[in-house]
Write a protein that binds this ligand. Structure first.
Ligand code: SAH
Ligand code: SF4
Length: 394
């Protein structure tokens, strides 16, 4: 058994045994926060402030090899390596480029149960980016975008079983660690030469998995991304299918350390929602809204309701009216993101016509509710919402 301890001022587990532990676990530094790194260094008789040197190297300079952290003495680097420590950041194994500039990455997560997860880069405000849907080379023009969004996975697969979602078909393979969640972001920042603090990058935790069923690791990753990588939580959005205990915990997080919240509503009433999202039987719409009402919102902050339009199932005009009433009745400041269903093999659903989506949007707007139609990104490379599964190994 691997010996693990929790340092003071941190909720992270630090593995203290050598890498030759019988369970074959590796000892990645990536994913540890300042307090946890200080504990590792204390084991080497080093002062806690040295943790900052490792933090800078891993989270700001995107170093992936202990031997290149030249701010540490050569002797210390050698000792850490000899004891089995490695940076162990998840790495991009493959990249696929869409004609719209979107890139989908398969990211290798090492560790005792190696897995590949999917992460998506969506540039906006760019003109003329091209791709042919095949494997992408390293980006040649790294500044062909003005702002970009990274879509991050929180689990390999998902246990929630929404009837319209391709990720659901995988089932839950495993939770990702905090380092694997934050590591997807840092690997993409590194590839795209993003200058944190200068370039506009948004994060959406809307990739594979249900973040609130991996709550501790997800929030530990957010804290790393805010405190150590330097990204703003106001530019991050987490989406949940409505896991009420997770929303309740989220409502207790300090506002300066939590992302914005999106709820995958997807239906205007419990009957339709339970059909397409079986989780609704456990946590129906009223319970979800009650939990969301407990969140102390930042000034001007809105809750996003995501709503997948399934032709003939959730896109009817009377359902738009019903949704408007539901939103108004909640008393919450809400905006609605309409997502035309992205197709995948083995489903009996179909995508609505664009006029139907526009009519649905107009009904909401006429009722005073901000409503947007989310344009599908990277459909040709299976990078759009709900399409992340194709290339994951069993
Ligand atoms: N598990 C979380 C976050 C990932 S799913 C959640 O469900 O909220 C991100 C969004 O994609 C959700 O709003 C979900 O309803 C939507 N989605 C899933 N499959 C889709 C599909 N095939 N087409 C369009 N949107 C889809
Ligand atoms: Fe899981 Fe979200 Fe897909 Fe539902 S929509 S199965 S919660 S990833």
């Amino acid at each position: 058994m691997m010996l693990k301890v929790v340092p003071e001022n941190s909720d992270q587990l630090v593995p203290l045994d050598p890498a030759s532990a019988a369970d074959g676990s590796s000892r990645p530094l990536f994913g540890l926060d300042a307090a946890a790194l200080a504990l590792v260094l204390a084991g080497e008789g080093e002062p806690p402030w040295r943790a900052n040197q490792i933090i800078q190297a891993m989270y700001n300079q995107y170093t992936t090899d202990i031997s290149s952290i030249t701010t540490l003495s050569l002797a210390l680097r050698r000792r850490l390596i000899a004891k089995g420590w490695q940076i162990g950041r998840p790495e991009i194994a493959k990249a696929f480029q869409s004609i719209d500039g979107t890139e989908r990455y398969l990211i290798d997560c090492p560790g005792p149960k190696p897995q590949t997860v999917e992460t998506v880069w969506m540039p906006e405000g760019d003109d003329g980016e091209v791709g042919d849907g095949t494997e992408a080379e390293s980006p040649s023009d790294t500044k062909s975008w003005r702002r970009a969004t990274i879509c991050v996975s929180s689990q390999v697969g998902c246990a929630v079983n929404c009837q319209f979602c391709l990720t659901a078909k995988l089932g839950l393979q495993r939770n990702l660690t905090a380092g694997e969640i934050a590591g997807q972001v840092v690997a993409v920042l590194d590839r795209r030469n993003v200058r944190v603090g200068r370039d506009r990058v948004n994060l959406v935790f809307m990739g594979m998995g249900e973040p609130f069923l991996n709550y501790d690791n997800f929030m530990a990753a957010v804290r790393l991304l805010v405190r150590e990588v330097g990204l703003s939580p106001q530019r991050m959005t987490v989406s949940t299918s409505g896991i009420v205990p997770g929303i309740e915990r989220f409502s207790l997080e300090p506002p300066d350390l939590r992302p914005k919240l999106a709820i995958s509503l997807n239906a205007p009433n419990n009957q339709v929602r339970a059909e397409i999202m079986p989780i609704n039987r456990k946590w129906p719409i009223e319970k979800v809204i009650d939990a969301v009402c407990r969140i102390r919102l930042r000034p001007h902050e809105r809750i996003t309701f995501e709503y997948v339009l399934l032709s003939g199932v959730t896109d009817r005009p009377d359902q738009a009216q019903e949704l408007a009433q539901l939103v108004r009745g909640s008393g919450l400041p809400v905006k609605v993101n309409l997502i035309a269903w992205n197709p995948g093999p083995g489903f009996h659903y179909s995508t609505p016509k664009s006029e139907t989506a526009e009519q649905f949007q107009s009904t909401l707007i006429a009722a005073g509710i901000p409503a947007y139609i989310r344009q599908p990104r990277g459909r040709d490379i299976f990078a759009a919402c709900g399409q992340l599964k194709r290339t994951v190994e069993a």
